[in-house]
Design a protein around this ligand. Sequence first.
Ligand code: K7E
Ligand code: CUA
Ligand code: CA
Length: 611
Amino acid sequence: MNNILTLTFAAVLALTFTACDSGSRPQPQKGGARQVSDAERVYVAPGKLDDYYAFLSGGQSGSVFVYGIPSCRFLKEIPIFEPRAGLGYANNPGSESYRRLHETGPMWGDTHHPVLSQTEGRYDGRWLWINDKANGRVARIDLRTFETAVIKRVPNIQGAHGLAACLPSCKYVFVNGELEHDLADSTDATKYHSLIAFLDGESLETRFEVAFVGNADIASSGKDGRYVFSTMYNSENAVTSEGMIERDRDAVVAIDVPLAEKALADGKFTRVKGVPVIKPEDVPGLLTLIPVPKNPHGCNVTPDGKYVLASGKLSPTVTIIDAHTLKVVAEPEVGLGPLHTTFDGRGNAYTSLFIDSQIVKWNIEKAIKGDPTYIVDRVDVHYNVGHTKAAGADSSYPSGDWLISLNKLSKGMYLPVGPAMPESQELIDISGEKMHLVAAFASLPEPHDAVFMPRQTLADKVVQTYEPAPAAVKLGEEKIVRNGNKVDVYMTCIRSKFVPEQFEVHPNDEVTIHLTNVETIRDMTHGFALSDHGINIAVDPGQTQVVSFNAGPRGTYWYYCTWFCSALHLEMRGRMLVKAPNEPLSDSIAPPPPTQAKAQDTDKKASVSYE
Ligand code: K7E
Ligand code: CUA
Ligand code: CA
């Protein structure tokens, strides 16, 4: 949402923020009974499991946060576009995860829109895709392991923002270029375009792109394989914020996907940086601009596929567009600063109101018919909500029980932790006619959007251990291989031992550790940290990790396990012996004698000799 504040809003926002500050804390609710029943709604007893995983984008943390719902417990961070040394992710230049991230761009990213794969309108538990707005990248997470499987740079795109899967097949995911530029790389603003890129859902290779004047912000797919939709707030193709709010109406972009595929097959494209780019002027009907007011933001197709809803942002309206005829059918007023809309599967829409700090529930068919009672309920959230998402709302079968409000400011909601306050989410029960806010929880910065995955969908999908890779080191086959100054150490670990427990190298040798965790039960992760070398990797059961580094100067360097695994966790360590250049090296992986060093006499005062 960091992109949406505009000048028009400045005065209103100042007022809103001041008002919130003066009465900063929500008053305790009257009626203890209600609070007790709220607590019961989100209470999940120790050892009991939550009903949903909630995948929250990590925003400028570059990752995905996994929470349990309804307990709001934090379960996991999945690092993607930013190194995470504690988890052994992309923190060592000599590791595969570092190389894979580094070759796609900077070691940081800005994740906004988590998208779940679907089959026949239901989340199928295979993949989660997410964008990197800052560096034009998309990643795919494998939900068997909850780890990043693929990261790809999308050619020709800047500001990879809106992301959605082309439904119903998910054969493509498409990502919107929010930031305009010249595809031939000049700085001439009269040549600026933006584009929507269609990527293969599995490999994330860019299959084709559609380029046009203006920009593309938030994305949503029709349900029948024909159109995909994006909001366009800069139809002015301006380069200043004043310029971007000149027009009263911008647009929703509809792209006819089968027509794009036909154009591709007919060769109606030009290649730009290796990717076929299709221009709408060459393919009549490919791109339709549907006028909507003013600098629209959220773009959401209803679960039944009938309508696409564009949230007005600078207009207090949501525009309802027929997803098949592409005609505007209604434009109900919902409140100030509408950003995103989600669904309960019972014909109701829930729109986040940034300026009003509310979620508004409204009935879609009533709004279309002009029934003045279309507003069903409003609930205050704390404060300045961006995205909101109900369980299952991106599929054809929302479950209509829980909704999350992803708020931009928390103000007095939590213990003060300095000038910056925690990011705040709120959980709202939407199972009844009235919404009911039952819980709030903090997070790292800054979740934009979220998707709920029912626990049952992943129940038999999440693996217990990794399948050993072809390159896995087998127990008893550990070895040290030397080639000039390159040393490969093929190592295993299992509670509570590394094999080998020592290896010898010369100063500045290039060392590569191939470490396989030969545990066969879940959760027995071991780590490998090497003192004074900045090396830490995490190796899950069955997994093999490879890390390379320079041995550095002469000395003894202990490596040790960083994941507390057993009563002998502290003893789970070994030595890299960096010997003088003229000293011969042993290739033995046999364990050193158990008490090689002089034992400490525990009765005497410890003394150290430096001779
Ligand atoms: Cu509204 Cu990037 Cu989804 Cu933020 S965008 S809120
Ligand atoms: Cu292995 Cu701690
Ligand atoms: Ca505009």
